[in-house]
Write a protein that binds this ligand. Structure first.
Ligand code: GA4
Length: 330
């Protein structure tokens, strides 16, 4: 079942703004429609009762906590994030920075195994913790994408999930670790810190892929930009996942779904850790508006491109750029 009205996520000092929350254990006929509406209206929602086993999440989180608590020189042995590896403060190749350190990995088992040999004294334990987590969140992403196919509705409901199930998929896993802030919270005037005060952990951007599945520890920091331009703080919920529509899904739905702009602040007095799975298609997949999303009233907004073309474009731009605009039909 879906919580019908948005959940209030702001403190009493600000007006209540909500984000949809979907309970995946209530698999009724309405769920698919409500999920599609959440993707259209917000490009962002929370899922509860998602079926990802608690032990899989906690084992993965424990491995990541152990990794980030290692001395800097050991973490650097993974190699600089160019783009895959260990990164500290630098994001991407074009001068973006943030208050964080991170591990960015390809999601295939052989890449995970290569990393595990460098980062862990128990490589098999590390690999299995990471691979099990990836398997679970990929399944969750596919379940959500199939529901979306049903809710839009599309004649081929698995058109999206097939792309990230493909053996050649280009999906990624990113673990972000935001240090705690030494300044007391009272130094900031806005209780939800939605007006940009404080330290930016990861600057404003949309995710390029099809779908993002994010989980964090119980530390705040994530903010999303709603359709009306209002930034809202997303309360952390370690038992749930947050789902974000990516640029590729925006293109395939001809703009009916919108990739959501979001950012992470690093203002908390506890370190925040987020684990982010980005479901992406194979590099040679063609991304173009699905015929069912195109009508005489809604002609195609984007020209077809391959996922590989899109990746080239995004690595040539800055984090906050609206890279999908490059593929717009003028
Ligand atoms: C944003 C979403 C994902 O974290 C990411 C990021 C990537 C990177 O860190 O290498 C990028 C960024 C992200 C988009 C623009 C480029 C590439 C940093 C950057 C400045 C892994 C992704 O796929 O795109």
């Amino acid at each position: 079942m879906v919580v019908p009205s948005p959940i209030p996520i702001r403190s009493k000092k600000t007006h209540a703004v909500g984000i949809p929350s979907l309970d995946l254990s209530f698999q009724g006929p309405e769920l698919a429609g409500q999920l599609a509406r959440a993707c259209e209206d917000y490009g962002f929602f929370k899922v509860t009762n998602h079926g990802v086993p608690r032990e899989v999440v906690s084992r993965f989180e424990a491995e990541m906590k152990a990794f980030f608590s290692r001395p800097a020189f050991e973490k650097q042995m993974v190699g600089p994030a160019a783009p895959f590896g260990y990164g500290c403060k630098n994001i991407g190749p074009n001068g973006d920075t943030g208050e964080l350190e991170y591990l960015l990995l390809r999601s295939d088992p052989s890449s995970v195994s290569d990393t595990s040999r460098i980062v862990s004294t128990d490589p098999d334990g590390f690999s299995s913790a990471v691979n099990n987590y990836i398997d679970e969140v990929r399944e969750l992403a596919c379940e959500i994408l199939d529901l979306l196919g049903e809710g839009l509705p599309l004649s081929d409901e698995s058109v999206f999930s097939r792309l990230i199930r493909d053996v050649q998929n280009d999906s990624l896993l990113r673990i972000n670790h935001y240090p705690f802030a030494t300044k007391p919270l009272s130094n900031w005037t806005d209780p939800c810190r939605t007006r940009g005060e404080g330290r930016v952990g990861f600057g404003e951007h949309s995710d390029p892929q099809i779908l993002t599945v994010l989980r964090s520890n119980d530390v705040e920091g994530l903010q999303v930009c709603l359709r009306d331009g209002l930034w809202v703080a997303v309360p952390p919920d370690p038992n749930s996942f947050y789902v974000l529509v990516g640029d590729a899904l925006q293109a395939m739905t001809n703009g009916r779904l919108r990739s959501v702009r979001h950012r992470a602040m690093a203002n908390s007095q506890k370190p925040r850790m987020s684990m982010v799975y980005f479901g992406a298609p194979p590099l040679n997949s063609s991304i173009s508006p699905l015929p069912e999303m195109v009508t005489p009233q809604n002609p195609p907004i984007y020209r077809p491109f391959t996922w590989g073309d899109y990746k080239k474009a995004l690595y040539s731009l800055r984090l906050g750029d609206c890279r999908l605009d490059l593929f717009k039909i003028l």
